[in-house]
Ligand binder design. Structure first.
Ligand code: GTP
Length: 596
């Protein structure tokens, strides 16, 4: 079948608006998956994803659908990740499509991510089919939300589809609309091969599996391909399509979506956004839009037991085979011993990697507070990038930090509270607009460092869960920043150092020593805790020595309770590092995040 019988589409939505549930319904309705084979949400394959209810890695599925005209169409669904950390992957998977379904929860409305995704879809000139989902909910107001989408996004919603992914309402209309309204791919079969990589993952047996969309030409098994950015060459061992299980094919043609295996060692060798061409007949120019993703957030990872360092190194190596955005290098500190400095796309990415290290590799880790990447000029005029606050030299000039453009969408009742929050976090007001009578968008320029702490949690709590946010990094800016050191028992605790604005240094310093006083268990001796800028102490507290009778109390009570307690302590004890002869628990390393 030629391109006229192919439709390539994605589903875009704000988190929790029902993307995965709808994808499952499309797979069921087209008979691609039998309901008895359907695990809860087929496209979200990873356990972690299912537990967290979010889509981390995108995926694809080819469905066969007989339309009203009696013809059989191949509908290629390209799934997109649902979180801001993975925005670049969303943009690449959209570039592999001609159209998309825009899912909006009819009981909620337009959210920050809805907007961000729509902008990406419009940039890629996609046909957008609006689906108002969850109409089964008693609180659903499809007419209000339809007006909202029209007013806010400017999309014609006269033919928006009312649906319930949960109760399988509107699924036929959606399938029909995909065929009727989304244009078929252009017929570029006669050209030199160009295929866009929109995802890849590491398979221990076949090497990296690369997902791609053929834009021009054709690709056959056995051909040698060349990746135009990495300049690497590979012979194709296997070609196939996902339906959603892999089905091998001999060739893929312009307009089609599929996967290849070619004994590629790590996903970093076949990065999302790269262009595949043929070695024997290379295309003149790579496809546009490629961007190297840069880690934005760094933290230290240290095994609690020093002898597990080699295990940690091996585990990170394995994770990196599958995660081109993860970077790490060894870090040694007198307090922490051997560990790694690791870079991530954002906080969610960081949490996912940490969780996998602990779960899949049974590693107990001490994790230091996340920090952004600063830049400064050293005294000899060199340009330094600082991803570890304790490495900021005492003498430097021109310390710069990354800034983001932050967009918040909120019911109007919470505008005041959110403006206050943004201002407290050094936000610079850019714009405010009324999306509808009830909802407002607020735009701020704000240091990334202020966003990676507890900003999202604060936004949610100050808006009773109703506000949403979205941000993108815009550049670097010089500010009056200082390194805040923490001393425990008169020794500098390097992993607790942070970089803060000078105006906030006293408040943060006072808050931090107070918090540490609560978090660090008492010992047999008195422990002074201080915050300092250079040699100047700006805040101090002390933990008084432990009295004997407090210990004695622990030994009363019933046996099972005591056992539980001991077990808990044993576990808790693992998550400690000794600094200045004092045992410092994991929570203390994160204390700086909650000062606000
Ligand atoms: P991400 O994968 O995180 O982007 O979320 P998602 O957009 O894929 O949302 P998902 O499909 O996981 O649905 C989120 C929640 O909404 C789940 O609890 C679903 O059961 C529920 N849900 C989805 N569609 C409907 C619907 O039509 N009606 C009702 N009542 N609930 C729905």
């Amino acid at each position: 079948a030629g391109p006229n019988y192919i439709r390539n589409f994605a589903i875009i939505a704000h988190i929790d608006h029902g993307k995965s549930t709808l994808a499952d319904q499309l797979l069921l309705k087209t008979g691609t998956v039998e309901s008895r084979d359907m695990q809860a949400q087929f496209l979200d394959g990873m356990d972690l994803e299912r537990e967290r209810g979010i889509t981390i890695k995108l995926n694809q599925a080819r469905m066969r659908y007989t339309a009203a005209d009696g013809c059989v169409y191949a509908l290629n669904l390209i799934d997109t990740p649902g979180h801001i950390d993975f925005g670049y992957e969303v943009s690449r998977s959209l570039a592999a499509c001609e159209g998309c379904l825009l899912i909006v929860d009819a009981s909620q409305g337009v959210e920050a991510q809805t907007l961000a995704n729509v902008y990406l879809a419009l940039e890629n000139e996609l046909e957008i089919i609006v689906v108002l989902n969850k109409i089964d909910l008693p609180g659903a107001e499809p007419e209000r939300v339809r007006r909202e989408v029209e007013e806010v996004i400017g999309l014609d919603c006269s033919n928006a589809i009312l649906a319930s992914a949960k109760q399988a309402i509107g699924i036929d209309e959606i399938l029909a609309a995909i065929v009727e309204r989304i244009p078929p791919p252009a017929d570029n079969r006669g050209k030199d091969l160009r295929a866009l990589i929109f995802d890849s993952y590491y398979d221990p047996y076949k090497g990296v599996i690369v997902y791609f969309r053929v834009i021009d030409g054709e690709l056959r098994v056995g051909e040698t391909v060349k990746l135009m950015r990495s300049r690497k060459e590979y012979q194709v061992d296997e070609l196939g399509v996902l339906s959603p299980k892999p089905v091998k094919v001999e060739a893929l043609y312009a307009g089609e979506v599929g996967y290849l295996a070619a004994s590629i060692k790590a996903v970093a060798d076949a990065r999302v956004g790269d262009t595949i061409t043929l070695k024997r007949a290379p295309a003149a120019e790579a496809l546009g839009g490629y961007a190297e993703v840069q880690p934005m957030v760094f933290c230290g990872l240290f095994p609690t037991e020093a002898d597990r360092f080699p295990d940690l190194r091996e585990a990170l190596g394995k994770l990196q085979l599958n995660d081109a955005a993860l970077v790490y290098e060894p870090e040694v500190s007198s307090a922490m011993g051997f560990g790694f400095r690791c870079g991530f796309l954002g906080l969610l990415h960081m949490e996912i990697v940490q969780e996998r290290l602990e779960r899949e590799y049974s590693l107990d880790l001490i994790i230091t507070a996340p920090t952004v990447v600063y830049r400064c000029t050293s005294t000899d005029g060199g340009e330094l990038t600082i991803d570890n606050p304790c490495e900021l030299p005492d003498h430097h000039t021109d310390l710069r930090e990354p800034y983001v453009r932050l967009e918040m969408i909120t019911p109007k009742d919470f505008v005041g509270a959110l403006m206050e929050l943004a201002q407290q976090r050094r936000g610079e007001f850019v714009d405010m607009a009324f999306l509808t009578e009830a909802r407002t968008t607020l735009v701020y320029n704000l240091p990334l460092a202020e966003v990676v702490t507890d900003f999202f949690d604060e936004l949610k709590s100050r808006s009773k869960g109703y506000a949403s946010m979205e941000y993108s990094v815009t550049g670097y800016r010089a500010n009056d920043l200082v390194r805040l050191d923490i001393k425990i028992n008169n020794e500098v605790a390097e992993p607790l150092a942070s970089i803060v604005h000078r105006d906030a240094a006293y408040r943060v310093g006072r808050g931090l020593v107070k918090k540490l006083k609560e978090l660090i268990p008492r010992q047999q001796f008195r422990i002074p805790i201080q915050a300092a800028i250079g040699s100047r102490v700006i805040a101090s507290e002390a933990i008084s020595a432990l009295r004997k009778d407090v210990l004695a109390k622990c030994y009363g009570g019933d046996v099972s309770r005591k056992k539980k307690l001991l077990k808990k302590q044993a576990k808790g004890k693992k998550r400690m590092k000794t600094m200045g002869s004092v045992e410092v628990p994991q929570e203390a390393f994160m204390a700086v995040l909650n000062i606000g």
